[in-house]
Design a protein around this ligand. Structure first.
Ligand code: PLP
Length: 362
């Protein structure tokens, strides 16, 4: 199947801006530095998952599904965009979120509720008492059982549920990122941009894999570099296997091995991915501030703040010579999630940080 001819819906916009970052380039030296604004894909405040969902929604419509179900953390951006895509195409949105129901509504969860998504919290905290070697498997089994029960309930009511894995990590979804490559190459040509690197987050890895495969297939003039968004990241071997699946499915004619994939994780003791998945840390918060202060662009604390941290470090160390593009994958609603708002008070709203904040009483 020729990937360029694969039919897709328009859940979100493509042709997002490719912009020069003049102030950041001046601040960091090196460069020139660019940003690809996939935070502006338009669907429910935008983000990378819109490109994947363009293809996944088309698949759902072509195959008679009536509901989209997906999985993620409580603050999943992918869940927000999947719910939005479902609504826009008359499908039912179902979110299966790993974790306890938070006391307060915030961030993505507020948006999920506003869209009327059906939300299921799969709270496995009772299984924390199990020995470590049994815990993860037991939690996975519990999640699978819950998902099967939810699907059965919908199907009993006459629905057909498309179950989309975490992060929209499917071959069909990644087609969206393969096809982002000719778009970026065209924009580079139109704007006379030279860039030797495209730096992107590495989470469930469909975005990285799609871009990597697209760069290979379309002979892009840049190398794709992945930055893991948590210290405990998906092994390269699994991503290479997924890329090979992608290549075979779309007849792309290449193979990939783990050693071909360029990841930059940062120093072992202070990785770019911070202290853990979606865990607040002041270094990432300072980097979110740097991008906002220089370019008035907002990164998020779970994904893009960490990728930006890696990007700036690589630039400072002279490892991205000849121009680099940062892929902004969205996520800004995470800034206002309770778990990130609370720790940011100390960094940006305490007495010591108040030199720019003035109160003028009558
Ligand atoms: C804002 C944001 N950036 C990056 C990623 C990572 O993309 P992927 O899961 O395709 O690796 C995600 C995944 O949910 C995301 O929400």
């Amino acid at each position: 199947m020729n990937i360029a001819e694969l039919k897709h819906a328009q859940a979100g916009y493509v042709n997002t801006p490719l912009e020069y970052m003049p102030a950041l380039t001046r601040e960091l030296g090196g460069g020139p530095l660019y940003i690809k604004r996939d935070d502006l894909t338009g669907l429910a405040l935008g983000g990378n998952k819109a490109r994947k969902l363009n293809y996944i929604v088309q698949y759902a419509l072509d195959n008679g599904y009536t509901a989209l179900m997906t999985f993620g953390g409580v603050q999943t951006n992918h869940g927000r965009l999947t719910a939005a895509a479902a609504i826009r195409f008359g499908l039912k949105p179902i979110l299966v979120l790993k974790g306890a129901r938070p006391e307060r509504l915030s961030g993505n969860l507020l948006l999920d509720r506003l869209m009327g998504s059906d939300i299921y919290f799969v709270d496995s905290s009772a299984l924390d008492a199990l020995p470590e070697e049994e815990r993860e498997a037991a939690k996975s089994r519990h999640l699978e059982k819950c998902a099967a029960r939810i699907i059965a309930e919908y199907e009993a009511r006459g629905d057909r549920v498309l179950s989309i894995p975490v992060g929209g990590q499917t071959v069909i979804g990644s087609a969206g990122y393969v096809q982002a490559i000719p778009e970026i190459m065209r924009q580079m040509e139109e704007q006379s941009i030279q860039a030797r690197y495209l730096v992107v987050g590495y989470g469930s890895t469909g975005t990285f894999a799609g871009l990597w495969a697209g760069a290979k297939y379309y002979h892009a003039p840049f190398e794709v570099i992945g930055i893991p968004i948590e210290p405990d990241y998906r092994p390269r071997e699994e991503t290479a296997a997924f890329i090979n699946e992608l290549s075979a499915f779309f007849d792309m004619g290449f193979t990939c091995s783990a050693g071909d994939l360029h990841l930059e994780c940062g120093p072992a003791e202070t990785p770019y991915g911070g202290v853990g998945y979606n865990e607040p840390d002041p270094v990432t918060q300072r980097h979110i501030e740097l991008l906002a202060r220089t370019e008035a662009i907002f990164a998020d604390p779970c994904y893009t703040g960490k990728v930006f941290r890696g990007f700036t470090d690589l630039v400072r160390r002279g490892m991205l010579p000849g121009g680099a593009i940062l892929m902004h994958t969205g996520g800004a609603p995470g800034l206002w999630s309770q778990e990130h708002l609370d720790p940011m008070q100390e960094l940006f709203w305490s007495d010591e940080t108040a030199d720019r904040v003035h109160v003028m009483k009558a």
